[in-house]
Write a protein that binds this ligand. Structure first.
Ligand SMILES: [Mn+2]
Length: 356
């Protein structure tokens, strides 16, 4: 495995590359062109400039998170082929620049959903949290405003204001899309992009829906092992793989995380490893990575990744906001650096024990 950190790019991320370079063991970043809207082609020159900037800091681009998929593709509207052509062009440009991992998601309208971006924990740190009653009490059109207000001016990944200004139209687009239709649209998309992925050896790594159930009645399919198996089988190509995000699958306590990992050898291309703390079945908050701070056994998660021979990038995921840091919710430096060290420590111990 390679330890990495997500980086949103100069001008968007509060964390500079030189600080990431100083986290022991972190050799790469998972980055993006944050100003690109879904459906836009990523030009070769922009990709090259991003790569050169990262390499000048002594790091390398381990993968892209994310190249977002246009709603026309997810909803399967008649103009989807145009957007798939553009997606293919972006993949081609990434492949030519020697980038071989792309994370994406297939969530309609809303990306990841939280009801609080800064819940205060007993130690004074703040974290993102989710409460089902709070979601049930709000209209979808209010969700974006609530998130934006809490974000304190930060641009939230997956919550592009340009796109979400049209929440109502977006909901209309998905009116006739149920889980079956969404699966079908995903299959169509994957079948069209697999040739370019094979040509440039680009591993596509779908990110799970977060939380792992339907929100506001919208269809959601990347939620459990049964659906993942279906997705792997419907386009049976090693380039059709997953991002194993512990915090997203873990929102549903029925998902046995180590068991899921063991069921997906060769198809996990990227891992997000973090912890959640459940206060009740309907309420969870993000915790420190340390197992004892939350509800997951991070040792067992890392052990399962080790046992299946996982060799892709891992990144610590959402961190708490600690030590007075001001940053995009979930994406400060300090707690993610602690997370990276903890995960590296677990990995070292597992690896050495495995050699005995
Ligand atoms: Mn994730």
């Amino acid at each position: 495995m390679e330890m990495t950190l997500r980086w949103f790019g100069n001008g968007f991320d509060t964390v500079p590359l030189w600080k990431i370079r100083q986290i022991p063991g972190v050799t790469g970043v998972i980055t993006t062109l944050y100003d690109k809207e879904p459906g836009e082609v990523w030009e070769a020159a922009r990709i090259r400039a991003m790569k050169e900037e990262v390499e000048a800091a002594g790091l390398h681009v381990s993968g892209i998170e994310s190249v977002n998929v246009h709603d026309a593709i997810k909803a399967g509207t008649p103009d989807r082929d145009l957007y798939i052509d553009r997606y293919i062009e972006t993949l081609e440009n990434l492949g030519k620049e020697d980038i071989h991992l792309v994370c994406y998601n297939f969530m309609p309208v809303f990306d990841w959903t939280r009801t609080e971006l800064a819940r205060v924990r007993p130690d004074g740190s703040t974290v993102m949290a989710y409460n089902q009653q709070a979601v049930d009490a709000i209209r979808p059109s209010e969700m974006f405003d609530a998130m934006q207000k809490d974000a304190g001016g930060a641009r939230l990944a997956g919550w592009e204001p340009e796109r979400l200004a049209h929440t109502r139209e977006l909901f209309d687009m998905y009116r006739d899309v149920d889980n079956e239709k969404l699966f079908e649209n995903l299959r169509y998309f994957l079948e069209r992009i697999m040739p370019v992925c094979s040509e440039y050896d680009i591993r596509m790594a779908i990110h799970p829906d977060d939380p792992a159930w339907s929100v506001f009645g919208l269809p959601r399919i990347i939620t459990n092992i049964g659906n993942l198996r279906r997705m792997m089988e419907m386009v049976d190509d090693p380039h059709n793989g997953v991002t194993f995000c512990a915090g997203s699958y873990g929102t549903n306590p029925e998902n046995d995380l180590p068991e899921m990992i063991r069921a997906l050898p060769g198809r996990i291309h990227f891992a997000h490893v973090r912890n959640l703390k459940f206060n009740s079945p309907d309420d969870f908050e993000e915790a420190a990575h340390l197992s004892s701070d939350g509800s997951f056994d991070l040792y067992e998660i890392m052990k399962a990744l080790y046992d299946i021979g996982f060799d892709g990038p891992i990144r610590p995921d959402h961190g708490r906001m600690i030590w007075g840091e001001q940053a995009m919710p979930g994406y400060g430096l300090y707690d993610r650096a602690l997370g990276a060290m903890y995960l590296s420590g677990l990995w070292e111990a597992i690896e050495k024990a495995g050699r005995e």
